[in-house]
Ligand binder design. Structure first.
Ligand code: LRH
Ligand code: MN
Ligand code: MN
Length: 393
């Protein structure tokens, strides 16, 4: 049986990127509940994200969403983040809130609107140069609500052309990751609904274009770890948007709804070489991001819980006795193989991870340490006046 001690070193380099928007208020279309102390600016969101990294050591980067996190000076923002001990990560484009994009963005039939959407991505690439970001993440709300409303083939062709233009602008160290989602906001067809479409589009672009897998963007019952396996096998898994769901795109805390699924995903990530320092600069080929919204729970503890859940399931995945599993699989030992996987899943690593943290000068219990820090009360007292950030602003 592999012990946590033997895999502790593999946990050291784990880096999970936090979404800036997780710190703002969010809700459903019925109600957005405000939380005292919610950030009013991107600088305040970064300060909150730094709290998460400070108590966990797991979250050194923060992803930005443009224009939600628009500032005049991105180099200054990069420095500001650095002073807090975090770096700016993935730049998310946004072509889903402007009236112009009612009938599409990168797929739009009107050349002028399509150009507007392409130009927005050029702006995002400029921002990436200033922030030092590696990835441009594209998620499109493009789609139609009624059969016949649009020419699906034409839209796909225009998407390919738009992406080609955006791809051509990338710097040598930059990547484009294309996220898919099976429905919403469009209900009849979505232009990038599944990993196959995303794969087909990015494969046509080149090595710097990859797929982004948001765990909440699949139909119920989808075997997500199979998709993870396949994309890693094809060398095209660029990033994750981790969250969990009971119904559709619920954006709940990762590992909250189905920790076993998160474990199975991490098993395939490890198996496929997607975890650990595979790149020459020591970074992982896969960016592990969260994409979550905390509607009713406090946001900073929500993010702390999330990164701890990812670490916990990563540790359990690393505990899988690979040699024994291979032998059982080869021998056709169905129950034996399943038992080996389940042994790792059922291993309670929480005590060992607390010791791992203490050994690195981190609090054994990050949630308790955050609660005791007084930060929450401080921001609730300080952040009065101004407009609280929310998902979409
Ligand atoms: C779309 C999505 C995408 C957006 C984010 C706010 O549902 O997952 O990643 O950028 O939500
Ligand atoms: Mn997402
Ligand atoms: Mn989503």
């Amino acid at each position: 049986m592999t012990t946590l001690n033997s895999i502790a070193g593999q946990l050291d380099g784990q880096a999970i990127e936090l979404p800036s928007w997780a710190f703002g208020n969010s809700g459903t279309r019925f109600k957005v509940f405000a939380t005292p102390g919610t950030p009013r600016t991107i600088q305040e969101k970064l300060a909150d994200a730094a709290q998460v990294h400070g108590v966990t050591g797991l979250a050194p980067k923060v992803a930005l969403h443009i224009p939600w996190d628009k500032v005049d000076d991105y180099s200054a923002l990069r420095e500001f983040a650095g002073d807090l001990g975090v770096a700016l990560g993935t730049i998310n484009s946004n072509t889903f809130q402007d009236d112009a994009y009612k009938f599409g963005s990168l797929t739009h039939a009107d050349a002028a609107i399509r150009q507007q959407a392409i130009d927005h991505h050029f702006e995002c690439i400029d921002i990436m140069h200033a922030t030092g970001s590696q990835d441009l993440k594209i998620w499109l709300a493009d789609g139609t609500n009624y059969p016949g409303q649009g020419d699906m083939r034409g839209r796909q062709d225009r998407l390919a052309d738009s992406l080609e233009q955006i791809y051509a602008r990338l710097g040598s160290e930059q990547r484009l990751v294309l996220e898919y989602k099976f429905f919403e906001p469009a209900f009849y067809h979505t232009d990038v609904p599944d990993w196959g479409t995303s794969y087909a589009q990015v494969a046509a672009l080149g090595d710097k274009a990859m797929v982004c897998l948001d765990t909440g963007h699949h139909a119920p019952g989808t075997n997500i770890e199979f998709i993870v396996m396949q994309l890693l096998r094809l060398g095209k898994l660029g990033s994750f948007d981790f969250n969990s769901r009971f119904y559709a795109d619920d954006d709940l805390i990762v590992g909250a709804a189905d920790p076993f699924q998160l474990f199975r995903i991490m098993v395939e990530v490890v198996r496929g070489g997607g975890y650990g320092p595979a790149n020459q600069d020591g970074s992982s080929p896969v960016a592990f991001m969260l994409d979550q919204c905390h509607n009713v729970e406090d946001k900073i503890p929500g993010q702390i819980r999330s990164v701890l859940n990812v670490q916990e399931m990563t540790a359990r995945a690393l505990l899988v006795d690979r040699a024994a599993l291979d032998a059982a699989q080869t021998a056709g030992d169905v129950l034996g193989a399943n038992g080996i996987l389940m042994d790792a899943f059922y291993t309670d690593v929480r005590g060992d991870l607390a010791a791992w943290r203490e050994g690195r000068g981190l609090p054994a219990d990050p949630l308790a340490a955050y609660a005791a820090s007084g930060y929450q009360a401080q921001i609730a007292a300080d952040r009065v006046g101004g407009t609280q950030s929310s998902w979409g602003a």
